[in-house]
Design a protein around this ligand. Structure first.
Ligand code: NDP
Length: 510
C-alpha cells in the first residue's frame, strides 16, 4: 500500500449540510509516517461552533429525535454499524495515514467501532427507569430516564473512530443530539462517519461535526450555555480546563483522561504470557494509548531474567511503515509528541534510570519512529514512573511483596487501569481490589468489551463509558409522583379538616 497522491478533502457537517468554515479558512495534515499531505479540512472558529450548537439545540428542542421510538433508534444504530463494516478498509486507511498507526491494527479498531454501534443499538430498547408501587394505594411513583439534551463531544487523536464510537451511539441511543469536535490531527474518519450517519437516515442537526483547534472550538463547546453535557476524552491537563470552562451553566461533564498503568508481575505467573502482554502493552499504538502499560512492577526475584527477556523480545518488534501489513508499531503522531517522548528518555537517564534498549529514533528517510525503549532501575519518584510518556517507553520497577506492589501501583495521580499476573487467586484478587483503578485485568491485558464499562479513578476521569452505564450517562432522571383517586389528606380545607392539624408533610416542606 502507498499513501495517496492527493490529500482527501473534507467539509464539516452542520445542520445536515456539508460546509466550509464561515471565514473560509482551511488547514492540512501530513502523514506522520510518509511526510505527504493526506487531509485538508475546514478550520472552524468559535462562531462555527455556535452554529453547530444552535443546530443541535433545535434538533433536540423541536426535532423528532428525542421522541423517536427506541426500536427505530436501534434500527438506525444498527445500520450505522453495517455501513462502518462496509467501509472499514477505507476508514482504516485514512486512520493509518493521519495517525501513523499500523493498518492491520486500524482494521481491528474499525471492527470494534462497528461493534460499539451494534451494542448501543441493543441497549436502546433496554433503557428504562423505575417505578414504586409501595407508596400507598393513592400514589404511584415513577422514575423516567430522559435524554440529557445537547452533548458536546471532544476526542483525541490516538483512536479517533473508536473513541467517538464509545460516546456517540450511546448518546444517540438515549435520544440526545450532539456536536462533535475531533482532534485537529485526525478528523478524517469522524467526518466520514458524518456521511455514514446521513446515509443511515439521521435527521438534520442531530449530529454536527466541527473541525478545528481545541481553542477556540473545543473551548467554546465546554463553556457554551446551550450545551447540557460535555463528554471529553483527552489529557488530564485539558480535562481540568474543560471542567473550569463548563462552570458557567454547570453542565454535566464526563471525562476519560490519561493513565500511568501498572502491569504487576509476580514470580509465580505464567511468565511467557506476561512477557507477550508486557511488550504488547507498552508498544501497542506506539505507546500513544491511555491504557499503555508503561509501568512494569516486577517481583524482585525474577526481575533480572524478565528484563532480559523483554529486551530480547523488544528487539524483534516490527516498527515502520503503517501501511506495511507486517508492521506492529507505526509512526509518532507529530513532532511535538516526538520531542516530548525524547525529553522523557533524557529525563529518565538524568534521574538515574538505566536505559537497557532504544531511546532514539529509527534512522528512516521519512517520518518519525521511536525505537522500542526499556528502562530499568526506575524508582517511583522518577518522572518516567509518574508521568504519561505517551511513547513506546517501558519503566521497570521492582517490588518485594503484594503490599509493596499495591503501594507503588497507587502512588500516582492517575487510576485508569492495571494488570495483575499471578497463578494465586488470593494474590490476584487481593491486589486487584487494592489497586485504585477503573479496570483491572488479571492474567491478561487491554481487552475491551462493549458490555464492560470503562473509566478512571482519581485524575484519570469522571463517569463511565460503555456497558449499560454507558447509555445512562447521557440521561437525566425525572421523578413523577401520580396521585390516584379522590384526595383523602387535606393540608387546610375549611369545613373538612379545619382543626389546623397538618396530616401530611411533603419532603419539600419538611
Ligand atoms: P488533548 O487533551 O491534548 O486533546 C484532546 C482534545 O481536546 C483534542 O480534540 C483537542 O483539540 C481538545 N482541546 C485542546 N485544548 C482544549 C481546550 N482548552 N478546551 C477544549 N478542548 C481542547 O489530548 P490528546 O489529543 O493529545 O490525546 C492524548 C491524551 O488523551 C492522553 O493524555 C491520553 O491518555 C488521553 N486519552 C484518554 C483515553 C481514555 O479513554 N481515558 C483514551 C485516549 C486518550 P486539538 O488537539 O484539535 O487542538
Amino acid at each position: 500500500m502507498n499513501p495517496p497522491h492527493e490529500p482527501y478533502r473534507y467539509e464539516m457537517l452542520i445542520d445536515g449540510r456539508w460546509i466550509e468554515a464561515r471565514d473560509g479558512r482551511r488547514y492540512g495534515r501530513e502523514s506522520p509516517a510518509h511526510d505527504v499531505a493526506v487531509g485538508d479540512y475546514p478550520l472552524a472558529g468559535a462562531d462555527d461552533a455556535d452554529l453547530a450548537v444552535a443546530a443541535a439545540r433545535r434538533a433536540f428542542d423541536e426535532g423528532p429525535w428525542p421522541h423517536t421510538r427506541g426500536a427505530e433508534r436501534a434500527r438506525f444504530l444498527g445500520r450505522v454499524a453495517e455501513l462502518i463494516r462496509a467501509q472499514a478498509e477505507e476508514l482504516a486507511y485514512i486512520e493509518a495515514l493521519e495517525s501513523g498507526k499500523p493498518i492491520v491494527q486500524a482494521r481491528g479498531e474499525m471492527e470494534s467501532a462497528a461493534g460499539l454501534w451494534e451494542y448501543a443499538a441493543a441497549l436502546t430498547r433496554q433503557l428504562h427507569g423505575d417505578s414504586y408501587n409501595t407508596l400507598g394505594a393513592d400514589m404511584l411513583g415513577l422514575m423516567l430516564r430522559e435524554p440529557i439534551g445537547v452533548v458536546g463531544m471532544i476526542t483525541p487523536w490516538n483512536f479517533p473512530l473508536l473513541i467517538i464510537s464509545q460516546k456517540l451511539p450511546f448518546a444517540l441511543a438515549a435520544g440526545c443530539t450532539a456536536v462533535v469536535k475531533p482532534s485537529e490531527l485526525t478528523p478524517g474518519t469522524t467526518l466520514r462517519l458524518g456521511h455514514i450517519l446521513q446515509e443511515a437516515g439521521l435527521p438534520d442537526g442531530v449530529v454536527n461535526i466541527v473541525t478545528g483547534d481545541g481553542v477556540p472550538v473545543g473551548a467554546r463547546l465546554a463553556e457554551h450555555p446551550a450545551v447540557d453535557m460535555l463528554s471529553f476524552t483527552g489529557s488530564t491537563e485539558v480535562g481540568r480546563h474543560v471542567v473550569a470552562a463548563s462552570a458557567g451553566n454547570l453542565k454535566r461533564v464526563a471525562l476519560e483522561l490519561g493513565g500511568k498503568n501498572p502491569q504487576i508481575v509476580f514470580a509465580d505467573a505464567d511468565l511467557d504470557a506476561a512477557l507477550d502482554a508486557i511488550v504488547f502493552g507498552v508498544y501497542f499504538n506506539a505507546g500513544e494509548c491511555c491504557n499503555s502499560g508503561s509501568r512494569l512492577l516486577v517481583q524482585r526475584d525474577i526481575a533480572a531474567d524478565l528484563r532480559e527477556a523483554i529486551v530480547q523480545r523488544s528487539r524483534s518488534v516490527p516498527v515502520g511503515d503503517p501501511l506495511d501489513e507486517a508492521t506492529k508499531v507505526g509512526a509518532i503522531v507529530n513532532q511535538e509528541q516526538l520531542d516530548k517522548i525524547l525529553g522523557y528518555v533524557a529525563a529518565g537517564q538524568q534521574e538515574g534510570a538505566a536505559l537497557r534498549l532504544g531511546g532514539g529514533c529509527l534512522p528512516t528517510e521519512r517520518g518519525r519512529f521511536v525505537e522500542p525503549t526499556v528502562f530499568d532501575a526506575v524508582t517511583p519518584a522518577m518522572s518516567i514512573a509518574r508521568e504519561e510518556v505517551f511513547g513506546p517507553v517501558l519503566s521497570i520497577i521492582t517490588f518485594e511483596d503484594a503490599a509493596e506492589a499495591v503501594r507503588i501501583a497507587n502512588d500516582t495521580m492517575y487510576g485508569l487501569s492495571a494488570a495483575v499476573w499471578t497463578r494465586d487467586v488470593d494474590t490476584a484478587f487481593g491486589v486487584g481490589r487494592g489497586v485504585r483503578a477503573g479496570t483491572i485485568w488479571i492474567n491478561t491485558f487491554m481487552d475491551g468489551y462493549p458490555e464492560l464499562s470503562f473509566g478512571g479513578y482519581n485524575q484519570s476521569g469522571l463517569g463511565r463509558e460503555l456497558g449499560r452505564f454507558g447509555i445512562e450517562e447521557f440521561t437525566e432522571l425525572k421523578t413523577i409522583q401520580l396521585h390516584l383517586g379522590p384526595r383523602t389528606n387535606w393540608w387546610h380545607r375549611p369545613g373538612v379538616n379545619d382543626n389546623g392539624h397538618v396530616e401530611r408533610v411533603s419532603p419539600a416542606e419538611s
